[in-house]
Design a protein around this ligand. Structure first.
Ligand code: NI
Length: 136
């Protein structure tokens, strides 16, 4: 019997979508306003879901206090009120699209939870646009 537990989190961050190896015109064509050299911000909403068996002793899939602390340390402290391109090392050479941010978040959290648990990252860049990554 698998049960999924989820925790929501939030961070504000700035980014610019572009490739260093493309001309400004090419970046402008592909990324439009998101290629603004002066950056722009989003209110990111994050849902971290963990799926697994209920532990017979605790009744938990994962202790939410532990998950909360992991999200705070690994994601909120690292990303909130940051310029992703400039201040977050993972995006030094990686375009900080919602897709890539979701993968980075997954890769930061997955090693910190029990290997038997499945992880799904849902990241809203706007209230209407969101991406999901589950390690596949
Ligand atoms: Ni953007």
């Amino acid at each position: 019997m698998k049960v999924t537990v989820s925790r929501k989190a939030h961070f504000n961050a700035a980014h610019r979508l572009f490739r260093k190896d493309w001309s400004f015109e090419k970046n402008d064509e592909i990324f439009g306003k998101c290629n603004n050299p002066n950056f722009h911000g989003h209110n990111y909403e994050l849902i971290v879901s963990v799926e697994g068996d209920i532990d017979k002793e605790t009744g938990y899939v994962i202790d939410m206090k532990i998950l909360k602390d992991i999200i705070k340390t690994e994601i909120e402290d690292a990303f909130d009120h940051k310029n992703l391109n400039i201040e977050v090392p993972e995006f030094k050479d990686l375009n900080p699209t919602a897709e890539n941010i979701a993968v980075v978040i997954y890769n930061k959290i997955k090693p910190l939870i029990d290997v038997s648990l499945d992880l799904v990252i849902t990241l809203y860049e706007t209230p209407r646009n969101f991406v999901t990554y589950s390690g596949n």
